[in-house]
Design a protein around this ligand. Structure first.
Ligand SMILES: [Zn+2]
Length: 293
């Protein structure tokens, strides 16, 4: 049923944009969690909480809400809804302040203040992909929310964003400040982009390296810390390319479990830092936040 799916995703995106552009979204609680990767200071920043009904339209497309409910129940979660956190990642490097994704326009600015950073101190914004819960925070009151930042995303993703009528207001404001790259490029010192195509055509992750420390922000490779790991093969309505999303999810999860690499994922429970473990034919989440000092 591609039509109803497309409509649903479109209406969700419209809702998210409306929420970011006005006060319609209920107040969101700020939160921040600092940790270190090598000598770099990182902070997970909380922006918002999304509660999606378990109606088989986003998670487990083609599966019944009862079947999806069983997966949620087995993990001890409520069966009628799926809650996603919306978070972003701050990297304080010696000469730059880098923000990876910007949330939907919830409490991110307050979370950033908690982390001791002013919006005008942000030098670079790295976008994983052009959905409103990652780009919505770029614009505030019709202006650049981070006035001095260069906004970086893959060239395929910027082309995709420019074609999306629902992003027109954001694209117009950020247009002169965007710099694109080819996936695989080192975007700023110590941060390299990694192609994780599938969720969107130019979706990338960002690998942060300092000394022996390493962390990969995997963007929307996964969404629910339960369903995306227990049933990675289930199609996700948020994926612009559902089959491509499935392939990227399974390939990336296998690799992460094998390498035991530390990851950040914007939609897992805050602060979204931990490791993926292989668990039979599926996966599990092991939250693990390095120390702040
Ligand atoms: Zn997202």
């Amino acid at each position: 049923m591609p039509n109803s799916k497309t409509l649903f995703v479109a209406s969700f995106l419209a809702l998210a944009i409306a929420a970011s552009a006005s006060a319609q979204m209920p107040p969101q609680q700020p939160d921040s969690k600092a940790f270190k990767i090598g000598s770099l200071d990182l902070v997970s920043l909380h922006d918002a909480q999304f509660v999606l009904p378990n109606d088989g339209k986003v998670f487990g497309v083609g599966h019944s809400p009862e079947e999806i409910g069983e997966v949620l129940k087995a993990a001890g979660a409520p069966t009628d809804a799926v809650t996603l956190s919306v978070d972003a990642l701050l990297v304080k490097a010696p000469k730059r302040v880098i923000l990876i994704d910007t949330g939907v326009g919830g409490a991110l600015q307050q979370s950033l203040a908690q982390a001791g950073t002013k919006p005008e101190e942000v030098t670079d914004i790295l976008i994983t992909h052009s959905h409103p819960d990652h780009m919505g925070g770029l614009v505030k009151d019709g202006k650049l929310a981070f006035p001095k930042a260069t906004i970086r995303m893959s060239s395929a993703e910027w082309a995709f964003a420019r074609k999306n009528a629902q992003l027109a207001n954001i694209v117009k404001v950020i247009d002169g400040n965007v710099k694109t790259f080819k996936p695989g490029a080192t975007v700023v010192p110590q941060i390299t982009s990694v192609s994780l195509k599938g969720h969107t055509p130019g979706h990338v992750g960002y690998e942060i390296v300092s000394g022996k420390g390493k962390l990969l922000d995997i963007g929307d490779t996964v969404h629910s810390s339960i369903i995306s790991l227990v049933k990675p093969e289930w199609l996700v309505g948020f994926d612009n390319d559902e089959k491509g999303g499935e392939k990227n999810r399974i390939d990336t999860l296998k690799k992460l479990a094998k390498d035991n690499e530390l990851v950040f994922t914007p939609h897992f429970p805050f602060p979204g830092v931990g490791r993926i473990a292989a668990d039979g034919d599926h996966f599990s989440w092991e939250p693990s936040v390095p120390a702040a000092k």
